[in-house]
Design a protein around this ligand. Structure first.
Ligand SMILES: [Fe+2]
Length: 396
């Protein structure tokens, strides 16, 4: 019987949809169909390449263009402060992840974005992990993230690095809540099965000082004489204050009448990206002038720091305002138009793609036709009846 012969490894395949084949170890031969042959491969944890879909001519991402409204997320973040205690166990970070509806996991194919919430007087304990992350401050003051002993202030618009395997903890020493954006390359690192994680042995790090990296590396055009000896693969400058970015964007716009200007957060020693896997930029858009339609490989997470406007992503229109977060999938055409001067903070895996020689970008000559309008989940008031998560907190 053919089924017996397949099980013993002996196969003879003939013309048409049948082919001649002889497998090592076989003792018998039989005519089998291509379907039976594929079944025989599957039963041996194999597959024929011909049974796979052909490679597409261009990226066809599973990631969907999507948007999360600040008016929806911020109340949930505050509610998380009431229902979840930050501690040294599983709940070390009160981060609300943006889950892309097209993906099993992730905000984009490589990255997770989240809004993290920290109550007044609260601390999130120190740990380190192989995935690299960035922080972009949205609301709050007198908050700092300590990175390998260097306490980095986080005022609204500030950008702070927590590189791969660097110890980091967060402290809110003010009397108001804080919300910031996290972007972490954990989806990519998990796909590569390369995640390592370690809790700090003392809970919180000792603070060696404040703004140490800025004092040493934070002066544009002036490099510390020891800079060339910086041994690590990420920027030695850990904080990029918004005040500097704002001034630089304003100066750039004075010399340009284009619809937008963009700055990238760079490693001041190498001129490369601040982190080896993440490219982070700030784009300032003038009102009333649409940007040139463009597309690039790799998903992008856009966070609206200020301003209002709309973007067309793959023919779908998204309107946005301060605090909204939206995703542009790989190779999706995107163009922006601001109603008022807008600053968009953009994080992507471009740095990783460039290192692998997989990055492509192109501008398109024609504006997109709007064929659909995105309707986000509606804003809701915090659900006072929601069950507590983990170690519940009582209402103040
Ligand atoms: Fe972390």
């Amino acid at each position: 019987m053919a089924s017996h012969e397949i099980a013993t490894g002996g196969l003879t395949m003939q013309e048409g949809n049948k082919q001649e084949a002889s497998l090592p170890g076989g003792v018998d031969t039989a005519e089998v169909s291509i379907e039976e042959f594929c079944g025989a491969l599957a039963s041996r944890d194999m597959a024929g390449l011909w049974s796979r879909p052909p490679m597409p001519a261009h990226p066809i991402p599973q990631t969907r263009a999507h948007l999360w409204r600040w008016d929806t997320v911020a109340p949930l973040a505050r509610q998380a402060g009431r229902v979840l205690e930050v501690d040294e166990g599983a709940a070390q970070r009160r981060a609300l992840q943006f889950c892309n509806p097209g993906l099993r996991i992730g905000t984009t194919e490589a990255l997770f974005g989240a809004y993290q919430y920290l109550d007044p007087g609260e601390k999130a304990p120190a740990h380190r992990h192989s995935p690299a992350a960035i922080r972009f401050m949205m609301t709050g003051s007198s908050v700092y993230t300590t990175v390998d002993g260097d306490a980095c202030w986080m005022e609204p618009g500030d950008f702070v690095l927590t590189p791969s395997w660097a110890w980091h903890d967060h402290t809110n020493q003010s009397d108001e809540p804080a919300i910031w954006l996290d972007v972490i390359d954990v989806v990519m690192v998990a796909t590569l099965e390369s995640i390592f994680f370690e809790d700090h042995p003392t809970g919180m790090q000792d603070v060696a000082g404040f703004s140490l990296s800025e004092e040493k590396f934070g002066h544009a055009g002036l490099q510390h004489s020891d800079g060339a000896a910086w041994p690590k693969p990420y920027s030695p400058l850990l904080r990029y204050p918004y005040a500097q970015v704002d001034a630089a964007l304003e100066a750039l716009q004075k010399q340009s009448d284009g619809p937008s200007v963009t700055l990238e957060y760079k490693n001041p020693v190498t001129g490369g990206p601040a982190l080896p896997t993440l490219t982070c930029q700030m784009t300032r858009i003038r009102p009333g002038k649409p940007t040139v339609p463009r597309r690039q490989t790799g998903g992008q997470i856009h966070t609206v720091f200020r301003g209002r406007g709309r973007s067309v992503i793959g023919g779908k229109e998204f309107t946005w305002g301060p605090g909204d977060v939206f995703v542009v999938p790989s190779w999706a055409t995107v163009e922006h138009e601001a109603e008022e001067t807008a600053d968009l903070f953009v994080a992507s895996d471009r740095a990783a793609l460039e290192a692998l020689h997989l990055y492509r970008e192109t501008e398109l000559p024609d504006r997109q036709q709007v064929t659909d309008i995105f309707e986000p989940a509606t804003a809701t008031e915090p659900d006072k009846a929601a069950p507590a998560v983990g170690r519940g907190r009582r209402e103040p």
